[in-house]
Design a protein around this ligand. Structure first.
Ligand code: NAP
Ligand code: MG
Length: 479
């Protein structure tokens, strides 16, 4: 049904990265041995063990929080905004200078295609530091006051390791806070390289502390009594546990959680562009995207045509080596995540939906899942309700705009949505009725540091990015 293209492999060299056999924790400006155990991080495309990484114990987390408190009181909160900005600009420039190294390392540790880490993740990371560097000396115009909170404890997931770090660290530092951050267990390496960048930028010791580890380390950070602010991005279940853990304390909390976005295609939409948007919406980053367009709602009159074009396009996606510049879809981040995707997909089939997977050859080692689409999905199906967090799309149909809105909003989540139509008036009326933090029109998965991002309902609370993103790290106008 489709032309098969032959491509010569075009792998990016990994010689630019220097992965050490083992890593310690970054506390008070230095790499130190942890007092706890160690864990391994692997390359999900090959299952190769990349390095041993320290698992921060409660005592290590305590040392990191103490270092952050000292740096806050003695240095960072006393420094003028324009001085803080110089450090943030310096970090942003070093990220650009070392962009290729960061991109290759991100692809090796996470499994995402190099064209995404190189062209999306790392440039947006640098942009975030540049953007918040610009705010550091202008906080009096923020509308949220100029007083920092103190020490921020930050816990992030594995899907955009360095980008989530940037979303957390850049606004915190710009506002005068210091941080203790835990990257995800499966993707610690770019956060540790970022720690080296902090050293290179001469950031005062203790302003940024990186403690690697698993759930227990995250728990130790969020429940530490001397942490003033908790910022978490991850699953809704862990987010709820964190909300319970900090209830009754004075900690300020922001939670960026899961999503199940509707990508809505009307019959007047330019269908080829819409198909590109559907593919980008669900197969970008292997579908490991909180705001992924995982529920496609197609107007019934064009459903057959859209499905035909979509399958034709999906058959051309190249799945494989993340370091190959031709790769569209890389490896699933972990064996655990692959098991979850398989389980929910099998449930989809058992519930009666029809499954179609792109005919691609998957490598024999590593964790892989072919781009998959389910048709005949009903709103009650678990694949339509739960986050799969993988390259799996569920397709539902609708007849009228009201039905589309009703189906799109019929979810416990509310992070994002997409609308594809030729009519500007319809875009505006849909955007007003969709309960989603971000609504993209005739595009999808666009990220910019100036634009606030966050959810409704079980997708969490608080906003990251833009002026609104400063609120999470400042005491407010009256204080
Ligand atoms: P997760 O299991 O909730 O883990 C997120 C982070 O929390 C990891 O660093 C994890 O450590 C740590 N953690 C686990 N249990 C903890 C606990 N009890 N207390 C404190 N920290 C704990 O989520 P994930 O599977 O890594 O990430 C996928 C989820 O993130 C999806 O639901 C996705 O939608 C969401 N997400 C949301 C956004 C957004 O902006 N809304 C952005 C990206 C991703 P380990 O690594 O050791 O498990
Ligand atoms: Mg890894």
């Amino acid at each position: 049904m489709s032309t098969v293209f032959e491509y010569a492999p075009a792998p990016e060299s990994r010689a630019i990265v220097d992965i050490k056999p083992s890593y310690g924790l970054f506390i008070d400006g230095e790499f130190v041995d942890g007092t706890g155990k160690a864990f391994k991080t692997v390359n999900p495309a090959t299952e190769e063990v990349l390095a041993e990484v320290a698992e921060a114990s409660d005592a290590d987390v305590d040392a990191a929080v103490k270092a952050a408190r000292r740096a806050y009181t003695r240095v960072w909160s006393r420094m003028s905004g324009s001085e803080r900005a110089k450090y943030l600009y310096r970090i942003a420039r070093i990220i650009q200078e070392r962009g290729r190294e960061l991109a290759v390392l991100e692809s090796i540790d996470n499994g995402k295609p190099i064209k995404e880490s190189r062209d999306v993740d790392i440039p947006v990371v640098a942009a975030h530091f540049f953007y918040y560097a610009g705010w550091a000396d202008k906080l009096k115009y923020s509308g949220y006051g100029e007083t920092p909170l103190g020490v921020a404890g930050q816990v992030i997931p594995w899907n955009f390791p360095l980008l989530m770090l940037a979303w957390k660290i850049a606004p915190a530092l710009a506002c005068g806070n210091t941080v203790v951050l835990k990257p995800a267990e499966t993707t610690p390496l770019t956060a540790l390289l970022f720690a080296e960048i902090c050293q290179q930028a001469d950031l005062p010791p203790g302003v940024v502390n990186i403690v690697t580890g698993a759930g227990d380390t995250g728990r130790a950070i969020v429940s530490h009594p001397d942490v003033d602010k908790v910022a978490f991005t991850g699953s809704t279940d862990v987010g709820k546990a964190i909300a319970r853990a900090v209830a009754g304390s004075n900690k300020k909390v922001t939670l960026e959680l899961g999503g199940k976005a509707a990508n809505i295609v009307f019959d007047d939409a330019p269908l080829d562009q819409a198909v590109e948007g559907i593919v980008n919406g669900i197969f970008f980053n292997q579908g490991h995207v909180c705001c992924a367009g995982s529920r496609l709602l197609v107007q019934e009159s064009v459903a057959d045509e859209v499905m035909e074009r979509l399958k034709r396009r999906m058959a051309t996606l190249r799945v494989g080596d993340p370091l190959d510049k031709n790769t569209d879809v890389g490896a699933i981040n972990s064996a655990e995540q692959l098991a979850k995707i398989r389980e929910l997909s099998d449930i989809g089939e058992a519930e009666g939906a029809e499954r179609w997977s792109a005919p691609c050859e998957l490598p024999s080692n590593g964790y892989w899942f072919a781009p998959t689409v389910f048709t005949g999905v009903s709103q009650a199906h678990r694949i339509a309700r739960e986050e799969i967090f993988g390259p799996v799309l569920s397709v539902l149909t609708f007849r009228t705009p009201s039905e589309a809105v009703e189906k799109a909003n019929n979810t416990p989540f509310g992070l994002s949505a997409g609308v594809w139509t030729d009519k500007g008036s319809r875009i505006l009326s849909m955007a007003n009725r969709l309960r989603a933090g971000v609504v993209w029109a005739n595009t999808f998965n666009k990220f910019d540091p100036t634009s606030p991002f966050g959810g409704y309902k079980e997708s969490g609370y608080g906003r990251e990015g833009g002026r609104h993103g400063l609120e999470a790290y400042l005491k407010g106008e009256d204080s």
